[in-house]
Ligand binder design. Structure first.
Ligand SMILES: [Zn+2]
Ligand SMILES: [Zn+2]
Length: 272
């Protein structure tokens, strides 16, 4: 992050303490007594459910970009799964991402990658940035929805209920792996989309920003790493546009379509 940017902004201490606490608690996984393969399995399952189904399919492709339609009950299920990733409430997440696309890699972009890798990865969240004030203007379709307001308001209590459920199912190892390790891994996977895919990889399309297609980010984010394709065709439900650009979330949308649950799917004109 540039010194100039961070110097002008007030630190968001609640976010700093929240992020530091979760990262420190994840270190408990290093104690051999907290390890079990079952707990690792729980973490992997919740990674898929919260990052793949919740954040990527729900928050991003369905709601932020409205690249396809599902019944309202299914939209709420997907948004609830995204809320379990604890990356801020759905209204904030979706609003900030819409602002990112509107101003991509210019000063009003919440995570302008020209400010450096760490700013776009993490730093931007640790300050009171001006984009936060703009969120209501970019979320008119969801800001008054009681279900979105519930997820927004009770983000942390919902996570605590999940943690308690895991404790009763499998003790501390399930909590440490299923909550803290999983949250940290999902955080960084999602943040790589803001940092790494605006820095590393190839550009297939002119998108007037630094967005790149980066295979290893696509692997850990269920297809979100094909980020240059995404910036060029923001409305497209499919991000991997070449045969080698594997996009698990696109496969999931096709599966929902086969079940009759996903309709009016928007697609980029260029596909292999
Ligand atoms: Zn997007
Ligand atoms: Zn981007």
């Amino acid at each position: 992050m540039t010194v100039a940017t961070s110097n002008k902004l007030a630190p968001a201490w609640s976010v700093i303490v929240y992020m530091a606490t979760i990262h420190i608690l994840a270190l408990l996984a290093l104690l051999p007594s907290n390890f079990s393969w079952k707990a690792v399995g729980v973490a992997l399952f919740l990674h898929w459910l919260t990052a793949g189904i919740g954040i990527t399919l729900g928050f991003h492709r369905l709601v932020t970009h409205r690249s396809f339609e599902v019944p309202k009950w299914l939209e709420y299920v997907l948004v609830f799964c995204g809320t379990l990733a604890c990356q801020g409430g759905p209204i904030d997440w979706i609003g900030l991402h819409r602002i990112h696309h509107k101003y991509s890699d210019t000063h009003p972009d919440p995570h302008d990658s020209n400010e450096g890798f760490w700013w776009s990865h993490l730093g931007w969240m640790l300050y009171h940035i001006p984009a936060n004030q703009e969120i209501p203007r970019y979320t008119q379709d969801i800001v008054n929805d009681p279900f979105y307001q519930f997820c927004q308001k009770y983000l942390v209590p919902i996570q605590v209920v999940l943690g308690l459920s895991l404790y009763f199912l499998g003790g501390w190892s399930f909590v440490i792996w299923g909550i803290f390790v999983r949250l940290v891994v999902v955080f960084h996977c999602t943040w790589f989309v803001n940092s790494a895919t605006h820095k590393f990889g190839y550009q297939s399309h002119e998108s007037k920003d630094n967005s790149r297609n980066c295979w290893w980010v696509a692997l850990v984010t269920y297809g979100e790493g094909w980020h240059n394709n995404h910036h060029a065709f923001q409305y497209s439900a499919r991000h991997g546009l070449q045969w080698w650009e594997i996009d698990i979330t696109w496969m999931t949308i096709r599966f929902l379509q086969l079940l009759g649950l996903a309709k009016n799917i928007k697609l980029a004109p260029i596909t292999d």
